[in-house]
Design a protein around this ligand. Structure first.
Ligand code: FE2
Length: 255
């Protein structure tokens, strides 16, 4: 299986480097160019492209310098808000990259124009880069796309194959599950997963990748239709979307 490299940056961001063919690689969400360039030069990696999931600076600030130094192409959504793009992509766009194929999934909500990148590859499980839309155990805050868009986007992602590996933009896993346990304290799978994540963090290991299957069982924002979740919130008769809005609201003020 090809290696999926990650470079921690800016505190809790993850920048990903994927070698799709030999040492040719693309980068996902470079909030900072320097650690990427350093990693690439140390490992003999040739950067051919950059993918942005959304407009926030901590996912795009490295674009210019990476292009300047490597000549790579910058790919992403929303040229109006990410002026450094060379190629603008849209929902459903598919393109081959060596032996792999990337499909663009439009997932607005965190901002107006987020996308996720779903990759199929010959030598391993599919991969999903989720930026700030779906986190390990959580989802992005609402910075422009609106709650209904985010809710629908998460449903879309949850319909991907369960074995899909999820690589997100920040290390928030343990914190997200600490919150989830206040809502669904009797979920045994969630309890075990929280311990697992705490252990990983104790050893400074990243909590990525997760999988779509694990997220469906432990990510509270994908569980707005579950009875215990509704009941904790006193929303037994409510629609999952309204439950989701309340889950997001409470998380925003969770300490
Ligand atoms: Fe963001």
């Amino acid at each position: 299986m090809a290696i999926i490299d990650y470079v921690p940056a800016l505190g809790d961001n993850y920048i990903y480097i994927y070698r799709y063919e030999g040492n040719k690689a693309f980068v996902v969400d470079p909030g900072d160019a320097d650690p990427v360039l350093e990693y690439a030069s140390r490992n003999g990696i040739e950067i051919k492209a950059v993918f942005n999931t959304h407009r926030h600076f901590d996912h795009t600030d490295g674009n210019d310098k990476l292009r300047e130094v490597t000549g790579c192409e910058i790919i992403g959504p929303d040229k109006g808000r990410i002026p450094t793009l060379d190629r603008v992509i849209h929902d459903g766009d598919r393109f081959p990259f060596g032996p792999i194929e990337i499909r663009v999934i439009s997932t607005p909500g965190h901002t107006e124009s987020d996308v996720c990148y779903f990759m199929t590859r010959p030598d391993g499980d599919p991969v999903l880069w989720t930026g700030d839309t779906l986190f390990v155990g959580g989802c992005g805050r609402l910075y422009g796309g609106g709650p209904k868009a985010l809710f629908d986007s998460l449903i879309r992602l949850a319909s991907l194959p369960e074995e899909t590996l999820v690589f997100c933009g920040h290390e928030y896993g343990a914190d997200n599950l600490r919150y989830a346990l206040t809502i669904e304290p009797n979920n045994k799978i969630l309890q075990a997963r929280y311990q697992e994540l705490l252990d990983m963090r104790k050893h400074s290991l990243p909590t990525v990748p997760s999988t779509i299957g694990v997220e469906k069982r432990t990510n509270i924002f994908l569980r707005a239709g579950v009875r215990e979740v509704k009941s904790t919130l006193g929303m037994d008769e409510s629609e999952p979307f309204d439950v989701f809005v309340e889950l997001r609201r409470r998380k925003d003020v969770f300490k």
